[in-house]
Design a protein around this ligand. Structure first.
Ligand SMILES: [Zn+2]
Length: 197
């Protein structure tokens, strides 16, 4: 199944398998990608307000474009000033921004780490997340190893591997396949929440 650089703006799918209730189920991927590219291409020319963006976007502005814009804002690709001016974050700014996920369910995983019973899902989600936001494999590996140590995850035990680095290296296929993080992160968060309650 082909993968895409841009996720569905509604359900975040990166393949043609959308969530059951996704409003863009059946939308051709070329249209999804064009919606993002139209927005990014306007903002590459410089910051502007939403009205200007809608007017200058090469394609017709509709629900798909509106959702793509919301997605880019939620994913911290685009910042919105109080004045309403939209600005594309530089690659450097974006990487700094996303090194600390601010939205659930990733925020819980990032902040509290994993607990026995969901290590597989949590580590999978962390790797898939860093891949999604554009970190290289060495950067991803370093971040996930640090996360395992700093959150106390490694000390909670439940791993077969001898070191955090060995564990992460064994999960490299997750990075290479570009799997989605959402489902695994959601189920890991459920277990972490129960553990902390
Ligand atoms: Zn979708």
């Amino acid at each position: 199944m082909p993968h895409f650089d841009y996720p569905c703006p509604d359900c975040r799918a990166t393949t043609s398998l959308h969530d059951a209730d996704c409003q863009f189920e059946g939308t051709p991927w070329v249209d999804v990608e064009r919606a993002y590219v139209d927005i990014v291409s306007v903002l590459t020319g410089g910051p502007c307000d939403e009205e200007t963006l809608r007017r200058e976007a090469p394609g017709e502005w509709g629900a798909l474009q509106q959702s793509a814009l919301s997605r880019l804002k939620r994913d911290d690709r685009i910042s919105e000033a109080k004045s309403g001016v939209l600005r594309l974050l530089t690659a450097e700014e974006f990487r700094e921004e996303v090194s600390e996920p601010t939205h659930e369910p990733m925020r819980t995983l990032f902040t509290y780490g994993s607990v026995p019973g969901c290590h597989d899902n949590a580590v999978f989600a962390m790797i898939a997340w860093y891949e999604m936001v554009g970190l290289s494999w060495p950067e991803t590996r370093e971040n996930v190893v640090n996360w395992l140590r700093e959150t106390g995850t490694w000390d909670r035990g439940g791993f077969e591997e001898a070191t955090p680095a060995e564990l992460v290296e064994k999960k490299r296929h997750v990075y290479e396949a570009g799997y989605g993080w959402k489902e695994k992160a959601t189920s890991a968060k459920r277990i972490i929440d129960r553990y902390r309650a």
